[in-house]
Design a protein around this ligand. Sequence first.
Ligand SMILES: [Zn+2]
Ligand SMILES: [Zn+2]
Length: 235
Amino acid sequence: MSVLPQVTQLRGKVLDFLFPKWCVGCGREGDFICSACGSSISRIVPPLCPKCGIPQPDGILCSTCIGRQMAVDGIRSPFRFEGVIRQAVHQLKYQNLRAIAEPLAALLAEYFTDNPVPVDVLVPVPLHPKRLRERGYNQSELLAKELSRLTNLSVVSDCLVREKQTPPQARTATLEERRNNVTGAFACLDRRLQGRQVLLIDDVATSGATLDACAVALKAKGASSVWGLTLAREI
Ligand SMILES: [Zn+2]
Ligand SMILES: [Zn+2]
């Protein structure tokens, strides 16, 4: 019998002792998201617009998607960007709580298993090099790497790059403004992803303009399909 499971369990216990976890929602010690806060997470449930993934009666194309041509084949997100998920993303992005990427990716993996999309490679939405230097890490890459561990899909994080620094997508910006902000912001360095079915990974989507701009760059270098999976969605 293998002793590995026990070793892994022991390692987990030692880590918990050295780095105790507190719930990002209520502060209770134990997990990053306690079971009470976990059960209060608001999920995005069907029927959805098949393209952009927002709730839509009868599951037909929403009015926004009818009126625009998107390069991204579809976007899906398990949760609304509010409550404990909003706090978790804040901790991941701005409070250096990198370890929370693991349970968040587990939630993504669970969703992805129940709601499969065409994919053979994971690509995190890149940060601009200047933003990456300031933050020290790309939160989307952390999520992609943890998701890769859980799904055995490979991650390619050095092909798609962000060439233009864009202001954070403000809630108040119109769809048009958001699209203009990110148009041409991304590029693929080579044709490594030619013929591949790419799944873009990001923490939050708002209008989907960022994911769409990434899809334009990936398809320009031959990606056969590009879907987006984000932990949360502003609706
Ligand atoms: Zn809690
Ligand atoms: Zn739509």
